[in-house]
Design a protein. Sequence first.
Lengths: 166, 257
Amino acid sequence: MEKLGVELPLLITQIINFVIMIFVLTKLLYKPILKGLEKRRQKIEEGLKLTETVKIEEEHLQKRREEMVKEARIEARAILEEAKKAAKDASDEIINQGKQEVQTLKLKMENELNVRHSEMVKKLTLTTVTTATEMVKKLLPKLLNDKTQHDLVMTQLELMEKQHET
Amino acid sequence: MTQPHISLAAEKIGSIFGLSITNSILMTWMVMIVLTAFAFLISRKISLVPGHFQSIAELTVEGLYGLFRSVIGEVYVASFFPLLATIFLFVLLANWGGLLPGVGTVGKYVAEFANENVPHVQENITFVPFLRGATADLNTTLAIALVAVSAIQYYGVKTLGLPYFKKFINLSNPIMFGVGLLEIISEFSRIISFAFRLFGNIFAGEVLLTVIAFLMPLLAPLPFLGLELFVGFIQALVFSMLTAVFLSMATVSHADH
């Protein structure tokens, strides 16, 4: 072995060197690297899980959104129908009210016209009577003498007497 | 013409506190510094969104983890991974480190004496490189092999308890006793096979490159450098994968085989 260069002190030195190397590399290289890799693996796993959860949640939300849109459409259609119905009812009511008002106004106007007509007739009658009276007052003295007046009075009296008798 | 420098043993270039420092130990320390610096740079700022360095580190660590998991299984991979990954990274960088320019070529000339008692009589002058591929030294490969085989025994006992030794010492019948002896020999042969396979491949590669560079310094070594890069990678993979297989076998009870 001596010819091959093997010497106990050198052998022991190399064993110590190698054992030191195992400890140093374990502490400074393998442990930190493997720990870092494990940490990264966990992070990636967590990320993938989170992505999966988010994906499921997104699908759920998408479904929910579609349902909501569907519901909203149905609701909107119902509201529209209701609004149309309400508008029709309101327009019918307004038209009816208008008709009633027109009817009332018409009656009122008719009444008023009748009243005015009656008043006008009265006024006209009065005016006519007054005018006739005035004319009679003015013309009568010229047309009737005493005898005519007497005959007329007598005729009237007889007429009244006959009427009284009947 | 100077002969190419080829030495089976690592050359001593100095000493610290009485401990001889060889050029391969120096290279081992350089590999350790590079790996530690890289690991330190990575661990300083680990973020969820990785940068360039972190991506390289993650790719390497994750790739190795997946590879060893496919061999060992999910249960034990976390326990065995530091040892296996360190074998792969350390051996890979040590193998490739030997291919760097200047390694094995930059050094000093030392006078060798035929008789140490008579220093003035100079025998010849030899070249001593400052750096040598770490795995081109049997001390390094044997050290890694010893650690790997020790770990195999440790995890075997830890997983199976005392029944682990049944595969070595089985007195139920003479055949099983013989098989047990073969198992013991096989465990020791693993150390030798681990150490010599890696050392042989890398040392042979370095010798090949030295010879080619000596014969034809320009362009000719390039294809061999590419080949050695590949061999370096394959040897690192083979060492770590075999350790993974042996670890996997050690954690399964002998009756299940």
